[in-house]
Write a protein that binds this ligand. Structure first.
Ligand code: HEC
Ligand code: HEC
Length: 294
């Protein structure tokens, strides 16, 4: 009898472990490239890949005309990009007779799967997309040169740190966020550290969009009735850009950090062993006994 109970328990455990392993496997594979095809079904009403225009543009080689961050933002909320005046989004919107593409608030993994699926149809060879993207790049460079001034950076820093009030009375960023710069004081820990937010969010347009239409509830509440002005937004963008550039964590500096750690640990070991070495090795009584013997 006892043996029976034991083996049925064992079986129960095997089943439980099996279920755990299976869910782990299924979870890690939950969004794969094949799912891109499935996910793309919801786009087919308006887009083909290589069969020409429908309601929206043919998406063949769209990866050659648009960069990945732009596409991700566009799929999430094309109208947000139109509203913030992203040149490419506005142009497309006009070209397609102001037809609104609905927002797809999908997780990044699913958007990546869709983009990968679209990319898998990509044609080989060079194309004229390169020329237009380099023209867009040089326009962006001109824009950057006009706003990237020391004055804007300092103003942005002052606004961020709460040293200068926001025009419409909004809360200073520092009450929720920290940024690591040589001039900064410890900021709030309510929200994510913004030191690398510039590169994390696709640069100037990304930060601009977040400041004008904060997609995060806590931040939205803070600025709903105290909108950040365009000028302030630009100053904050420039400040965050420099904070990002000044905090490059390169692989070599990471390696240095590890090296310093190892050297530090070795020094500590030497000190500990020296202290240990100087310790009395015999009991106190031993010396007294030796003295009395003499
Ligand atoms: C209701 C129709 C409709 C649906 C559904 C739709 N789109 Fe669009 N899409 C458009 C239109 C129209 C445009 C052109 C821009 C505009 O008018 O806003 C566009 C533009 C785009 C662009 C930019 C193309 C370019 O040439 O740069 C991408 C990328 C895109 N859509 C991806 C998607 C994806 C991915 C889906 C599915 C998740 C999707 N769209 C679903 C209508 C749609
Ligand atoms: C009331 C608190 C609050 C204030 C004030 C606030 N934020 Fe935020 N912010 C948030 C929250 C919450 C998020 C979402 C990320 C998170 O959960 O930490 C966020 C996200 C962001 C992000 C995206 C972060 C990333 O890299 O993913 C940026 C950029 C940002 N905030 C900039 C600012 C700037 C600039 C200001 C000042 C004008 C500001 N925020 C003021 C709460 C706040």
């Amino acid at each position: 009898m006892k043996i029976d109970i034991g083996s049925s328990n064992k079986r129960k455990w095997l089943v439980i472990i099996g279920i755990i392993v299976a869910t782990l496997i299924f979870n890690t594979n939950s969004v794969s490239a094949q799912d891109g095809e499935l996910l793309f079904q919801q786009c087919r009403a308006c887009h083909s890949i290589g069969q020409g225009k429908l309601l929206g543009p043919d998406l063949l080689d769209v990866g050659k005309r648009r960069d990945a961050v732009w596409m991700k933002n566009f799929i999430k909320s094309s109208q947000t990009m139109v509203k913030i005046g992203d040149a490419q989004a506005v142009e497309l919107f006009e070209e397609y007779n102001k037809l609104v593409m609905i927002d797809y608030n999908l997780p990044d993994a699913e958007i990546n799967a869709i983009i990968k699926y679209i990319d898998s149809f990509s044609t080989e060879g060079t194309d004229n997309g390169e020329a237009s993207s380099s023209a867009a790049d040089s326009l962006a460079a001109v824009y950057l040169a006009t706003i990237d001034t020391e004055g804007n950076r300092v103003r942005g820093k002052e606004i961020f740190m709460g040293e200068r009030n926001l025009k419409n009375g909004g809360t200073a960023c520092i009450s929720c966020h920290h940024v690591n710069t040589s001039e900064s004081i410890q900021g709030g820990l309510l929200a994510i550290d913004l030191t690398k937010s510039f590169s994390r969010n696709g640069g100037l347009p990304g930060i601009k969009g977040i400041l004008e239409f904060p997609p995060y509830p806590a931040m939205k509440d803070a600025y709903q009735h105290a909108a950040i002005t365009e000028e302030e937004s630009i100053q904050l963008q420039v400040f965050l850009m420099h904070a990002d550039e000044d905090n490059v964590i390169s692989e070599s500096s990471l390696f240095d950090l590890v090296k310093q750690g190892i050297i530090g640990a070795m020094i500590l070991l030497v000190i500990i062993s020296l202290v240990w070495f100087k310790r009395k090795k015999r009991s106190v009584n031993y010396d007294i006994i030796q003295r009395q013997r003499r």
